[in-house]
Write a protein that binds this ligand. Structure first.
Ligand code: GDP
Ligand code: MG
Length: 296
């Protein structure tokens, strides 16, 4: 692999409470939609690597689930995903927002174990006054951040400053991945995430949190230039299955139509998408199901 002298490379773990804008930032940094973003907390369940390539640097970001006190098996796996991305981090990006949500003790505990330099990023500066932003900067001074940046990930303001601050902290190192790598996840992972995002956007209360998606069948070309995908939407109870299917199938149709559009963009070709809704009783606590859905 060719790379210039003084090339920098390293791993950056994005940490923070749920809903502060971590996935929005990853997408803004990469200039593409990699991580799903919804107004609901705890949308992100897995660790996703996003690779930002410059001529003389490569930053490998891990978007992690927000740090919370685990309540069930799925939560424990989500927190493990967050913790493991810290182990090989060259820098940690701690993202906070002015709104006060969720207990911050689990996050502070995790930060206590961090050896790498921390960049404190206060997000959502488009939505709050300067005093609220500065208050959050003050609130987190005790973690002794190496750099402090305020930004709006949503509007793309301050994102470039943040990138520069992180680059400053990375070591000189050859690239870890090919320079055209965007992520470590295969296409079909993003297909399930797109479908899950539509369930999050179209259903309420506990339904999105009870939902998981898996691929049953995936064929790149059905012979007519279309991809053919069959996927299962798993819910925890019969009543949730009825909600996801909707009256005369209206809800599942809406979810399928919206998901298909995005999958077509992802794969850059027409897509035939078939969705099935199944009950996977109490899957969030069952090891077999968690394994099947890709959690360890
Ligand atoms: P995560 O849980 O930390 O990954 O947060 P998300 O990226 O999923 O964002 C959670 C919510 O905050 C979504 O509704 C985003 O649109 C919103 N959001 C993210 N960044 C900003 C920002 O800079 N300003 C405002 N006003 N909203 C934001
Ligand atoms: Mg997220």
């Amino acid at each position: 692999m060719d790379f210039p002298p003084h090339h920098k490379a390293g791993f950056v773990a994005i940490l923070g409470k749920p809903n502060v804008g971590k996935s929005t930032l990853l997408n803004a940094l990469l200039g593409t939609k990699l991580a799903i973003v919804t107004p609901k907390a705890q949308t992100t369940r897995h660790r996703i690597l996003g690779v930002l390539n410059g001529d003389d640097y490569q930053m490998v970001f891990s978007d992690t689930p927000g740090i919370i006190q685990p309540k069930y098996g799925l939560h424990r796996s989500m927190m493990k995903a967050a913790g493991s991305s810290l182990e090989d981090a060259d820098a940690v990006l701690l993202m906070v927002a002015p709104e006060e949500t969720f207990d911050e003790r689990p996050l502070r505990e995790l930060l206590g174990q961090v050896q790498a330099p921390i960049v404190l990023a206060v997000n959502k500066r488009d939505a709050y006054n300067q005093q609220a932003i500065l208050q959050r900067v003050a609130d987190w001074q005790d973690i002794k951040p190496a750099r402090v940046v305020t930004l709006s990930a949503l509007k793309g303001e301050g994102v470039e400053e943040l990138r520069a601050a992180l680059l400053d902290l990375l070591p000189e190192c050859p690239p870890y991945y090919d320079k055209d790598t965007l992520t470590d996840r295969p296409e079909r992972f993003f297909v399930t995430e797109i479908i899950r995002e539509q369930v999050f956007l179209n259903t309420e209360k506990e339904v999105p949190y009870s939902t998981e998606v898996s691929i049953l069948f995936f064929k790149d070309d059905d012979g007519e230039g279309r991809a053919h995908i069959e996927a299962e939407i798993h819910v925890e109870r019969n009543s949730q299955k009825a909600i996801v299917i909707g009256k005369k199938g209206a809800m599942i149709k809406q979810i399928g139509t919206a998901a298909r559009k995005q999958i077509q963009e992802l794969l850059d070709k027409p897509v035939r998408l078939e969705l099935y809704v199944r009950v996977a009783d109490d899957w969030k606590n069952k090891e077999g199901y968690l394994k099947q859905f890709g959690y360890d």
